[in-house]
Design a protein around this ligand. Structure first.
Ligand SMILES: NC(=O)c1ccc[n+]([C@@H]2O[C@H](COP(=O)([O-])OP(=O)(O)OC[C@H]3O[C@@H](n4cnc5c(N)ncnc54)[C@H](O)[C@@H]3O)[C@@H](O)[C@H]2O)c1
Length: 386
């Protein structure tokens, strides 16, 4: 009897971690998101954090002190000095720098033969992403991009639904998300200045919306894009009652919309907002010949499933809806999973959990939207050979 009941239990299997092989890890950029990285590294039994670098003198040292981590070398002016320090014998780095500083440290680390966990978005331009991938290819090392929502069972369910064939042939997708007021400036202006961020809502949270649907449908190649972007909120001093001076620094987009054609005769209707006069620009919907899937948005868009999903389909001639209950999160946090899956790929020589080959298309769409918006017309998406 017990055996029968066991068959209905959730899979409790866990990966056995080889603690005899410690990974020597460094952190590049010790700002906001580096907090999440270090907390998750500290939860792993096979990691030694050996170094950290930040452009701001003293910031890395203060960061490790705050997290109670001792014996970490931090006396580096940038990623370069840290990666040049052969005595560290680094196995892997987390790159937690602002968007404009994603490509350069990633290329430098890969050229030094170090595995890289690179925060999202991949880069700012497609050209940068291609350069990073060339370095990845030459190095043979792991490069994974930091899309932790992918490790959420609800996100994985979207892919399972598509792959089950329940939706039939997919031909139209609407995705995106928004915040009524949600420009990320709690820790300063690195998200809103062109020289640090490069792109705004489009890259910061747009990359999640794109990954949600493109991963589900197998990342078809993007072909053309007609994009729009604007900055009507971030540039207003009254948006920031405590910091009206931020308005003059705002050099990115706070809203973007686009119509994208994908290989396989699929069209993608996209809209994203850090700020707008609306609660949400709509749920994500995936239309197929046999069924349509509605994925509720979240109030403050962060790339996750906002409630029970619904499949609209026809059964025995009746139009019916099937609700997919939200799967409660159990076990390690998404960040712990992001770090663990990256470490496992490095140790076992297995493919990156979030491979650059997929996120290249995500980046090419983002870059295409920005370029098309600047030109004011539709453009072809051209992706150079790696
Ligand atoms: N996955 C997520 O959930 C998530 C959440 C927030 C931010 N992010 C991403 O993480 C990245 C960083 O965001 P943040 O909020 O931590 O930014 P931040 O501005 O708080 O921190 C970035 C730090 O990197 C340092 N830096 C920049 N270039 C460097 C270099 N070459 N060498 C060493 N240090 C360098 C800066 O001095 C700064 O301290 C962004 O690209 C963002 O999109 C991801």
């Amino acid at each position: 009897m017990a055996n029968i009941l066991d068959a209905f239990k959730e899979d409790q299997s866990t990966t056995v971690i080889d603690t005899t092989r410690k990974m020597r890890v460094g952190i590049i950029g010790t700002g906001w998101i580096a907090d999440a990285h270090i907390k998750s590294y500290l939860n792993q039994p096979d990691v030694e954090i050996v170094a950290g670098a930040d452009l701001i003198p003293g910031k890395a040292a203060a960061f490790f002190k705050k997290h109670g981590v001792e014996g970490v070398k931090t006396d580096y002016a940038s990623h370069k000095e840290m990666l040049d320090d052969e005595s560290l014998k680094l196995d892997a780095v987390s790159i937690c720098t602002y968007n404009r500083q994603h490509a350069e440290p990633a290329i430098y680390a890969l050229n030094k033969g170090v595995n890289v966990l690179l925060e999202k978005p991949f880069t700012v331009t497609t050209e940068e992403a291609v350069e990073v991938m060339r370095a990845e290819k030459a190095s043979g090392k792991v490069l994974s991009i930091g899309f932790q929502p992918r490790l959420d069972a609800n996100m994985q369910k979207i892919k399972q639904i598509v792959e089950s064939g329940a939706l039939g042939k997919i031909y139209y997708i609407q995705t995106g998300g928004g915040r009524r007021r949600g420009i990320p400036t709690p820790f300063g202006t690195t998200f809103i200045e062109d020289e640090t961020a490069g792109l705004g809502a489009l890259a910061d949270i747009g990359c999640y919306s794109l990954d949600m649907v493109l991963n589900a449908i197998g990342y078809p190649k993007p072909l053309t894009v007609s994009g729009y972007k604007s900055a009507f909120f971030g540039t207003r001093p009254d948006y920031y009652p405590k910091h009206p001076e931020y308005a003059a620094k705002f050099g990115v987009d706070d809203f973007a919309a686009a119509f994208i054609r994908l290989e396989g005769d699929i069209v993608l209707d996209f809209r994203i907002a850090w700020a707008m006069n609306m609660d949400t620009p709509g749920d994500t919907i995936i239309l197929g010949t046999e069924g349509g899937l509605r994925i509720p948005s979240t109030e403050c868009w962060n790339g996750t499933v906002g409630g029970p999903m619904k499949i609209y389909h026809q059964v025995a001639g009746s139009q019916v809806e099937t609700e997919i209950p939200v799967i409660p999160m159990k076990g390690p946090s998404l960040f712990d999973r992001k770090i663990r899956t990256f470490l496992d790929a490095c140790k076992n020589g297995t493919p990156a959990p979030v491979p650059s080959s997929q996120i290249l298309y995500n980046q090419a769409i983002i870059d295409g939207i920005a370029k098309s918006a600047n030109l004011g017309r539709e453009i072809e998406i051209v992706i150079p050979e790696i």
